[in-house]
Write a protein of this length. Structure first.
Length: 430
């Protein structure tokens, strides 16, 4: 290999052991290339890869190849000086074995880059929306999370990821160009909130953090988190539901939360077919998937002291077709025989809220809205409408032409059940 990780090597392959166990001489999926007739053929990405590779395993391999592409680019940048020194400035490694000291240095750099990229990829998950995650969203999450923790990027890690995703045709929605600054989520995205919602839940966040600072085990953390989400009057704990619906200015709070999250908090939830909260017997049902404290230390000693809250909401939608065969979505009427007998789907929206606990401000609201947010206002009489663009894509993935490719359909699975939800435990539902 002579330090060249772009040639055929075990780092570029997935599921090697599994492939060997079923009698294959190669891995099930190669991230950077394949062998044909004993000859190694490197993979050449194209800008149509993301658009054309819709099958779930192909999509997985596409992400692996993009991350490995970034790994190669960063590794080359970090080892360029070593290669120049070892080759007298030519950059061409001569025939034969390379010096053991160079092997050690190259291996150390490869290990360091792999560790850094693993942390980046895992860290990005906290900045992802809780539903309808695509690779463009993941790229934005990856760049944002890294820039907020690591201010300097001398080896151009972020640029390497952007280039790797760009070469495969992965472009986030609503971003004018692929640069670090435009891909990053920023606080200015949430100006419509005017800081009022932040103040409403500041005490809630502070009390939650202070309480969990003295909780010793995971079971107790789970129980305390549930109490703070739902509320527990016996412990004098006010839950999130009360902050939104039972505090002063409840109607204004609901509108502000709608503008912030893209979920329905006002009385219009009934117009969307959203269930009433079973726990509180009033207001819309909201799923709180997580509420967790997030502390990290950057390489320069900078600290992140955050809390991450993920919200989900779902509604049942009736599906009919117009005279041209185009899908038409409307509120599902539970007592209506036509809706009961016809086609329907579960439509989901969600939002990830990231708060800074040092100054108790909202840093990011990463949304997948239930309703169309293009014409928002603070008018209490405004009329919200379904986000039909997202609804159509969910329908295609659950019941339509993309269901088989996305692995949501089949005899063993409810076609309306998102694949990832099969592996989750139930979340608190307000």
């Amino acid at each position: 290999m002579k330090g060249d990780l772009e040639t055929e090597n075990m780092l570029g392959k997935l599921a090697v052991e599994f492939g060997q166990s079923i009698g294959e001489s190669h891995s099930l999926r190669d991230a950077i290339g394949r062998s044909e007739n004993g000859k190694w053929i490197p993979q050449t990405p194209t800008t149509t890869d993301y658009e054309n590779n819709l099958e779930c395993h192909e999509r997985g391999a596409l992400l692996v190849s993009a991350v490995f592409d970034a790994f190669i680019a960063i590794y080359k940048g970090r080892t360029a000086d070593l290669v120049r020194l070892a080759t007298g400035g030519s950059g061409i490694v001569p025939p034969g074995e390379i010096h053991p000291d160079l092997v050690t240095r190259l291996a150390n750099e490869a290990s360091k880059v792999a560790s850094h990229l693993t942390n980046m990829c895992v860290r990005a998950l906290d900045y992802c929306p809780p539903v309808d995650l695509n690779y463009g969203d993941y790229l934005r999450a990856l760049i944002t999370a890294d820039k907020e923790l690591v201010s300097d990027d001398p080896y151009h890690y972020r640029i390497a990821f952007i280039n790797a995703f760009r070469k495969r045709g992965i472009f986030p929605d609503g971003v004018p160009n692929l640069s670090v600054d435009t891909l990053c989520y920023n606080q200015q995205d949430n100006e419509e909130d005017k800081g009022q919602v932040h103040k409403k839940i500041a005490l809630f966040l502070r009390a939650y953090k202070e309480k969990l600072a003295y909780v010793p085990d995971r079971e107790s953390i789970f129980n305390e988190t549930r109490d703070f989400i739902i509320g527990d009057r016996s412990k004098n704990i006010t839950g999130l539901h009360d902050y939104i619906f039972n505090s002063d200015g409840a109607s204004t709070n609901a509108i502000q939360f709608e503008n912030l999250t893209g979920l329905v908090f006002s009385d219009q939830y009934k117009d969307f077919g959203i269930r009433t909260s079973k726990t509180f017997k009033k207001g819309p049902s909201i799923e709180i998937h997580s509420l967790r404290i997030h502390n990290r230390t950057g390489p320069n000693g900078n600290l992140q002291n955050q809390i991450i809250m993920t919200l989900m909401q779902q509604c049942k939608v009736a599906v009919t077709r117009d005279q041209n065969g185009v899908e038409v979505f409307s509120k599902f009427r539970y007592g209506n025989k036509t809706d009961q007998a016809g086609e329907s789907m579960i439509f989901r929206g969600g939002c990830t809220l990231i708060f800074d606990l040092d100054d108790l401000t909202l840093r990011h609201a990463i949304r997948k809205p239930i309703f169309d947010m293009r014409h928002l206002s603070n008018n209490k009489n405004r009329k919200l409408k379904f986000n039909e663009k997202r609804m159509l894509m969910q329908y295609r993935c659950q019941n339509g032409d993309l269901a088989d490719k996305m692995a949501f359909a089949g005899e063993m699975h409810d076609p309306s059940e998102p694949f990832a939800f099969i592996h989750r435990k139930n979340s608190p539902i307000l």
